[in-house]
Design a binder for this molecule. Structure first.
Ligand code: SAM
Length: 217
């Protein structure tokens, strides 16, 4: 147990469980990952508060509740192969790994990808592969994925990512414009894709070939 385990317990109880997240694997992961090691030193005291925080380069680490909701929607099983687009601080990737998944995470900004690698190392997590490139086309080399999680706002679900989903796979993403997005989950069954809507969220943009162009956002 580290010195901030009690804060994590409070965070899970009042911000996450109280708002309806139930998956025990997700709750346990949120209890175990030391979020304070994924925020800048100057925000360390606020690491367990109920809001997103800046991580530099105009990017953010998401609110704990949103990380929990997206993880629950993805429902990673032990041994699942999960692709995350938008590594940011590395925190969401660490939560997925704590659920027992094998995680590949893609970040487009090199300084941010390095920061994530450093954070993961400091947290003693060594089994996450961080790649630096435009993730909107996914990573076909390791496809198919049991889950794909996009943690930046997309204008639409990038078509290549749908192709990289395994049969039975889930894709979770915020889809919308710069003002607001809807959290959506797409479930693949054979060649059929079923889309569900899970409420409003607000993310920084997914910039890339199948995302926003810089000047559009
Ligand atoms: N999952 C992160 C975490 O746990 O800290 C938070 C992600 S942050 C809200 C969104 C991230 O997506 C930013 O770091 C941004 O640079 C990245 N991003 C935006 N477009 C991208 C793209 N096409 N490919 C990969 N990463 C992208």
């Amino acid at each position: 147990m580290d010195s901030r385990a009690a804060e994590r317990e409070e965070m899970v109880r009042w911000q996450i469980e109280a708002r309806g997240v139930k998956n025990p694997r997700v709750l346990q992961a949120m209890r175990s990952v030391p979020r304070h090691l994924f925020v800048p030193e100057s925000y360390a005291r606020e690491a367990y508060q109920d809001y997103p925080l800046p991580i530099g380069n105009g990017q953010t680490i998401s609110q704990p509740y949103i990380v929990a909701v997206m993880t629950e929607l993805l429902s990673p099983e032990r041994g699942d192969l999960i692709l995350e687009i938008g590594t940011g601080s590395g925190y969401q990737a660490a939560v997925l790994a704590a659920c027992g998944a094998q995680v590949i995470s893609i970040e487009r900004i090199q300084a941010v990808a390095r920061l994530a690698e450093e954070n993961l190392k400091n947290a003693g997590i060594h089994n996450i592969q961080v790649l630096c490139m435009d993730g909107t086309a996914g990573y076909p080399d390791k496809a198919p994925y049991n889950g794909i999680l996009i943690t930046a706002a997309a204008p639409r679900v990038p078509a290549p990512l749908l192709e990289e989903l395994a049969d039975g796979g889930r894709l979770v993403a915020p889809v919308g414009d710069q003002h607001i997005q809807e959290l959506i989950r797409v479930i693949r069954t054979g060649d059929e894709y079923h889309t569900e809507r899970h409420g409003a969220v607000r993310f920084v943009p997914l910039i890339g070939m199948y995302g926003w162009k810089n000047e559009e956002w």
